[in-house]
Design a protein around this ligand. Structure first.
Ligand SMILES: Nc1nc2c(ncn2[C@@H]2O[C@H](COP(=O)(O)OP(=O)(O)OP(=O)(O)O)[C@@H](O)[C@H]2O)c(=O)[nH]1
Ligand SMILES: [K+]
Ligand SMILES: [Mg+2]
Length: 368
C-alpha cells in the first residue's frame, strides 16, 4: 500500500471513530500516524524535481518580505497583483489562468515587499491535485499568506483552504506550541508538566512518541492548554511553518452591505473590490501590520530624513538593532540617538541603545 492510500485509510478510520473520552487516546495515536505519513509525502521523491513535495516554484526571494497570494481559482489574485505592483499577471474569467508563480514588487513607505501571484488551488491540493503541492510549497516560504477569497462564494471555501494548508504543516496565525522535546540516547521517556495539563497525559505522550520510534526523550509541557495536535507539531517541528495570514475578501461589489459589514469584522480580515478600486489601501496597510515589521528612516544631522528608503527591522527591535542594520561596527562609536516619531515621548527624544523603536520612526545616530 502506498503512503497516499495509508493516509486515506487513517482519515477514514478517524471519520468513523466517535469523539469522546474513551476514544481520545486512540484518536491521538491516529493523528500522530497521519502527521508522520504526511511528512513522508512531503519528502522529495527520487527523480521527481518539479512536482516533488519539497520544491516550490523557482522564484528567488527579494526585498524585505514575501507575501504569497493563495486562493481558489478566479478569486482575483492576479487582478490584485496587477493593481499593487508594476507587474502584469494575466487576468481572465476562467479558472487556472495563472499557471506559474508570478513575482511583483510592492513599494510600501520605503519598504520593498515581494508579492507572489500563484495558480489557484483546489480541494485536494495538499495531496498533489493540480499544481497544489507546488503552490503550497511556495506559500510555505512566505512571510505572510494573503488568503484571497471570493466574497460571493460560500464561507466553507475558507475552511477548505485552511485544511489544505494545515495538511502540509502550515500553521496560520499561531505561535509554536510551548512544549520542549529532546530525543535522548538512553533513559526512557521523562515527562514534566509545568502545570496540570488539560488535554495531555503521560500515556498519550509516550504512545505518540512510540509510534515515531522515540523511546528515550525529555518532554516539558509548559502550556496547560496544549493538546495532542500541538505535541505532534512539536515532534514534526522541521515540517511546520508558523505564518501570519490575512484573509482578504474580494468582489465586495457583489455582496450586500450587512454581509460586507459582518466579514469586515472578522479577525485578521480585510475586504476589497479590485473592480471598483475599493479597500485596496486598507488591505495593504493590514498586510503590513500582519508582517510585524517596522520601517525606520534614518536622518543625518542638518539634512531632512530620506523617506524613500526604509531600514526594516522586526517588531520589538531597539536602537541597537537599528545600528546593527546600518553597520556592523556602528555601535562601537555610538554616543546617543535622536528619535522622532511614535516611540518618542517628546521630539526629538535623546535615547540609548536599549530604546524600543516604532514603525515610521526617524532616527539619527550620533557617534563619538
Ligand atoms: N465583480 C468583481 N470581479 C472581479 C473583481 N476582481 C477580479 N474580478 C474578476 O474575477 C475574474 C478572475 O480574476 P483573476 O485575477 O484572473 O483571478 P485569479 O484568482 O488570479 O484566477 P486564477 O489565476 O485562475 O487562479 C476576472 O474576470 C476578474 O475581472 C472584483 O473586485 N469584483
Ligand atoms: K482566473
Ligand atoms: Mg491568476
Amino acid at each position: 500500500m502506498g503512503v497516499a492510500e495509508k493516509i486515506k485509510e487513517i482519515e477514514e478510520e478517524m471519520r468513523r471513530t466517535q469523539k469522546n473520552k474513551a476514544t481520545e487516546y486512540h484518536l491521538g495515536l491516529l493523528k500522530g500516524k497521519l502527521a508522520r505519513l504526511r511528512a513522508q509525502l512531503l519528502e522529495p521523491q527520487p527523480g521527481d524535481k518539479s512536482s516533488g513535495g519539497g520544491s516550490g516554484f523557482d522564484v528567488s526571494k527579494s526585498g524585505d518580505a514575501r507575501i504569497a497570494l493563495v486562493g481558489f481559482p478566479s478569486v482575483g489574485k492576479s487582478t490584485l497583483l496587477s493593481k499593487i505592483t508594476k507587474t502584469k499577471s494575466e487576468v481572465a474569467a476562467y479558472a487556472f489562468t495563472t499557471l506559474t508563480a508570478i513575482p511583483g514588487v510592492m513599494e510600501y513607505g520605503g519598504a520593498e515587499i515581494q508579492i507572489l501571484d500563484l495558480p489557484g488551488i483546489i480541494e485536494g491540493a495538499s495531496e498533489g491535485k493540480g499544481r497544489g503541492r507546488q503552490v503550497i510549497s511556495a506559500a510555505k516560504t512566505s512571510d505572510l499568506i494573503m488568503m484571497v477569497l471570493d466574497a460571493t462564494k460560500k464561507v466553507e471555501q475558507r475552511v477548505l483552504l485552511e485544511a489544505e494548508l494545515e495538511a502540509v504543516g502550515i500553521r496560520l496565525n499561531k505561535q509554536p506550541p510551548n512544549i520542549y522535546l529532546k530525543a535522548k540516547k538512553t533513559g526512557g521517556v521523562k515527562i514534566t508538566f509545568m502545570a496540570a495539563s488539560k488535554h495531555l497525559d503521560e500515556r498519550m505522550i509516550t504512545g505518540v512518541l512510540r509510534d515515531y520510534k522515540i523511546l528515550n526523550a525529555e518532554v516539558l509541557v509548559r502550556d496547560e492548554n496544549a493538546n495532542v495536535d500541538d505535541f505532534i507539531d512539536v515532534i514534526n517541528a522541521q515540517h511546520r511553518r508558523y505564518i501570519p495570514c490575512l484573509y482578504v475578501y474580494n468582489k465586495i461589489d457583489c455582496i450586500s452591505l450587512p454581509y460586507l459589514d459582518q466579514l469586515a469584522r472578522e479577525p485578521h480580515t480585510a475586504v476589497m473590490s479590485c473592480e471598483l478600486d475599493l479597500g485596496i489601501n486598507d488591505v495593504i496597510d493590514e498586510a503590513w501590520k500582519e508582517l510585524n515589521l517596522l520601517r525606520i528612516y534614518t536622518k543625518r544631522k542638518g539634512v531632512a530624513p530620506d523617506f524613500s528608503e526604509a531600514l526594516i527591522v522586526r517588531q520589538n527591535s531597539t536602537i541597537s538593532d537599528v545600528c546593527d542594520r546600518i553597520h556592523r561596527t556602528l555601535k562601537e562609536h555610538f554616543k546617543y540617538a535622536l528619535v522622532w516619531g511614535a516611540s518618542a515621548r517628546h521630539v526629538p527624544q535623546r535615547v540609548g541603545l536599549s530604546h524600543p523603536v516604532a514603525d515610521e520612526d526617524v532616527v539619527s545616530i550620533v557617534t563619538k
